[in-house]
Design a binder for this molecule. Structure first.
Ligand code: SF4
Length: 466
């Protein structure tokens, strides 16, 4: 870390979401489904260790994937990665614990693992903290309040700065000195709500205060989440309208959305297909990916007729699962089983419990507060697109839990199924910047549609009433 970066980390104004808890419970579940990126510094700490002599599970195994060339060309995020096992778990996860941590200490783990599950987004007025829900402790809200852990969280921010600067130093293009010595503009100086609707950060803050305040209150009161979601969406769209008309967003302070999640919804075939595509990407594809090394870390590569042929030929499995989910709405997840998405959508269940409403509100509040749903942390999405991506995550989580209830022949949803769904979804949400550009472009188009999933949300709400 340079002196300047260390100073920045020390001067930071850290903004922490309220009433959110987290402490690692050591369950090891966050160590699967990823191919963890390692900077050269990370890799140099572990590459010469004779792991096989330390544990039989590490003997005669390739533990790393190397992508130095792609990294130099900007086609991979790191020069090295861990090589997950066939079941998607990290090769260093032994008996549910990190073997690097146990053998060498926490400081020797890859930087990404040391700072997980925290996110830090630097804006013109402070660093916003967020939390990934690909951890059972965060999805279940277990541990001390984050607001009571400020000093520790500042320490993790310093680690994040250190880790990212080490990675930037690995790629000469990132560190090349240009003519200008001016610090780069903050990407949040100007915020896009949608095409033709941008505001400066100072105006965005009016919207942010209104939406986070609204969600915080809904979380405290465990309000019906279907109503909360459509009302939150109206706040987003009202802000977009004001931005487009060049008016101040300050008036949002008094804006009360006059809408509830009532009515049948009647989603169209296209509505359901869009949700099926997102369900595939977030919940089915990650389980397919774990079987093929070639599918790890292929982000940044372009589809060409040749690469499409290669994928179609080599990954019939991939194509088959995609067609089954998106065209026929039959989603199959290993160890979980099949979910008929159309039937799940129309399956009548009991109303959401107060704990479920609290979980949904809390998840949305954390994502909105953390600023990871739009802008640089979210593939450059606008606010409307980012909000739609959050709505899609909720819909997928609920369809997952409804599918499980349907299999049991029960009308009652289980909160454990929602924990499981969010645990799986959030990993993909977190790595949205790493998906293929063509897939990202398709998602951007779908997400830019105002009230993209409204009819699906109303149908889900309608099927969860007394
Ligand atoms: S290196 Fe350790 S902490 Fe990181 S994913 Fe693997 S087992 Fe988990």
């Amino acid at each position: 870390m340079t002196d300047k970066e260390a100073q920045k980390a020390d001067d930071l104004k850290l903004l922490i979401p309220e009433e959110i808890r987290y402490n690692c419970q050591g369950c090891g579940r966050c160590c699967s489904g990823w191919s963890v990126g390692l900077s050269e510094a990370d890799y140099s700490r572990v590459k010469d260790v004779d792991w096989g002599s330390l544990h039989p599970d590490l003997a005669n195994k390739e533990l790393f994937i190397h992508r130095q060339d792609q990294f130099k060309q900007g086609l991979a995020q790191y020069p090295h990665f861990t090589k997950p096992r066939k079941d998607g778990t990290c090769p260093f996860l032994i008996d549910g614990l990190c073997f690097i941590h146990g053998h060498m200490g926490e400081e020797q783990k890859p930087g990404t693992c040391q700072i997980f599950p925290y996110s830090y987004v630097e804006t013109p007025t402070g660093i916003y903290m967020g939390l990934a829900y690909n951890s059972m402790a965060s999805v279940r809200n277990i541990g001390e309040l984050l607001t009571d852990q400020e000093e520790k969280l500042k320490g993790y921010f310093r680690k994040t700065v250190h880790h990212l600067s080490a990675r930037a130093a690995d790629r000469p293009a990132d560190t090349a000195t240009g003519a200008s010595t001016e610090p780069p503009a903050n990407p949040f100086d100007e915020v896009d709500f949608a095409a033709g609707a941008s505001v400066p950060w100072s105006e965005f803050l009016y919207f942010d205060a209104r939406l986070t305040g609204f969600l915080k209150q809904a979380m405290d009161e465990k309000r019906n989440f279907f109503d909360v979601l459509v009302q939150a969406e109206e706040i987003v769209l009202r802000a977009t309208r004001l931005a487009r008309e060049g008016k101040s967003l300050a008036e949002l302070a008094d804006y009360q959305p006059d809408v509830t999640a009532s009515g049948a919804g009647n989603p169209s075939g296209t509505d359901v297909s869009i949700i099926a595509m997102i369900y595939y990407l977030y919940l089915v594809y990650p389980t397919v990916r774990s079987s093929y090394e070639e599918l790890w870390q292929i982000q940044g590569q372009s589809f060409s007729p040749r690469s499409i042929m290669m994928i179609a030929k080599k990954f019939g499995h991939l194509a088959g699962t995609g067609i089954s989910t998106i065209l026929f709405k039959k989603a199959e997840i290993p160890q979980i089983g099949a979910n008929d998405l159309s039937k799940s959508l129309n399956y009548k269940v009991e109303p959401l419990s107060p704990e479920m409403n609290e979980l949904f509100c809390r998840w949305l509040y954390v994502k909105i507060f953390g600023k990871t749903y739009f802008g640089p942390a979210a593939a450059g999405y606008s606010v409307v697109s980012g909000f739609n991506s959050l709505v899609a995550c909720f819909v997928c989580a609920l369809l997952f839990a409804k599918g499980e209830a349907m299999k049991r022949g029960e009308k009652e949803l289980k909160i454990a199924d929602l924990y499981e769904a969010y645990w799986r979804l959030d990993r993909e949400f977190l790595t949205v910047t790493q998906i293929l550009p063509q897939v990202s472009a398709a998602l951007s188009i779908a997400y830019s549609i105002p009230r993209m999933a409204r009819r699906v949300v109303l149908a889900l709400a309608n099927n969860a009433r007394d």
